[in-house]
Ligand binder design. Structure first.
Ligand SMILES: Cc1ncc(C[n+]2csc(CCOP(=O)(O)OP(=O)(O)O)c2C)c(N)n1
Ligand code: SF4
Ligand SMILES: [Mg+2]
Length: 311
């Protein structure tokens, strides 16, 4: 399903829709919605220039609640659609939302493939350790041996660490934040959107209905900000990146009495569209999706040459 922001804004419009939110009261998803809306307000990006995609899950319903162009896609495909949108129209600010099941279960191959491309967009991972929408089964991030109240035996699988996998796959901005720390989350989202390249924001997002272990009470005393403890994630060239990456990986592995949050790596390097520009001379200069069409959808300009350049 695709919807577009209502009427063109004469003045900035609210970034919230009137769609009724059906998340459980107290769900960490509300904090992510609030932080995203505040981030868009602060960046003053026109509603019609933002595209937000979601997969399937409680978290993936967020496109319905944000007044921008939205795509509610297939399970595990949020990042796929987001990359396609950005490549078709690099002018847009593209954000992809996904649950830990959506993004790291069924969507895990796309997560890794996206890291290898480095398309300029922001990926928000709602990390609650469970499949909330389907009644709390263990998700790929649930720690080994844990048994939240929604499952009948302890988790027999080892978890996927989104930060570690993001760093290993090549995401050029990797961060963690927390849905009950709106200020940190809003600022992290702004930094992620300003980053030129693929940004991952792993958000600790308690599911108050099914996960009675990874709760607010669990995270509040444990989360600490690595940047406040002196870590500088900036890598401005390949040499700095190679030097910082192992340290960022080591930090990403920390889990226990202290859980790190903040930006782990912020590497400025060539994006996928910059590489495409070298192959397709007009790419990025001309906005192909804005080419005029007639009422039957036929292009009014001759685009034969353009199509040939993609073959
Ligand atoms: C192809 C397919 N397989 C399975 C499902 C069932 N399903 C719907 S949502 C979901 C998992 C959602 O978990 P997560 O992505 O963590 O989102 P949350 O609800 O926790 O926010 C599953 C398995 C589906 N909709 N489509
Ligand atoms: S089931 Fe969990 S993740 Fe889904 S809305 Fe309720 S609290 Fe949030
Ligand atoms: Mg989940």
């Amino acid at each position: 399903m695709i919807s577009t922001a209502a009427t063109p804004p004469a003045k900035p419009q609210s970034y919230r829709t009137n769609v009724e939110i059906d998340w459980c009261p107290g769900c960490g998803d509300f904090g992510i919605l609030n932080a995203l809306v505040l981030a868009l307000q602060e960046m003053k990006i026109p509603n019609e220039d933002v595209v937000l995609t979601g997969g399937i899950g409680c978290s993936s319903k967020i496109p319905h609640y944000v007044n921008v162009n939205t795509l509610h896609t297939l399970h595990g495909r949020s990042l796929v659609q987001a990359q396609a949108v950005k490549m078709a129209n690099p002018r847009l600010e593209v954000i992809s939302a996904s649950g830990d099941g959506d993004g790291l279960g069924i969507g895990s191959a796309h997560f890794v493939a996206a890291g290898r491309r480095n398309v300029d967009l922001t990926y928000i991972l709602f990390n609650n350790g469970v499949y909330g929408l389907t009644k709390g089964q263990a998700s790929p991030t649930l720690p080994y041996g844990e048994m939240p109240k929604s499952i009948e035996t302890e988790n027999l699988k080892f978890p996927v660490n989104p930060l570690f996998l993001g760093l290993a796959s090549g995401f050029t901005f990797v961060a963690r934040s927390y849905s009950y720390n709106i200020k940190h989350l809003k600022e992290t989202l702004i930094r992620a959107m300003k980053h030129r390249g693929l940004a991952l924001v792993d958000v600790m997002q308690p599911c108050v209905t099914y996960n009675n272990i990874n709760t607010k009470e669990f995270y509040d005393p444990r989360l600490y900000d690595i940047e406040k403890e002196g870590w500088n994630p900036a890598a401005n060239n390949e040499e700095e990146y190679k030097q910082k990456l192992p340290q960022a990986v080591a930090k990403s592995m920390e889990w226990g009495d202290r859980i790190p949050m903040g930006v782990f790596i912020d590497y400025q390097t060539e994006t996928y569209d910059q590489k495409l520009q070298k192959l397709v001379p007009d790419y990025g200069k001309k906005n192909y999706v804005m080419e005029p069409i007639d009422s039957a959808g036929k292009p009014l300009n001759d685009i034969t040459k353009l199509m040939e350049s993609f073959c």
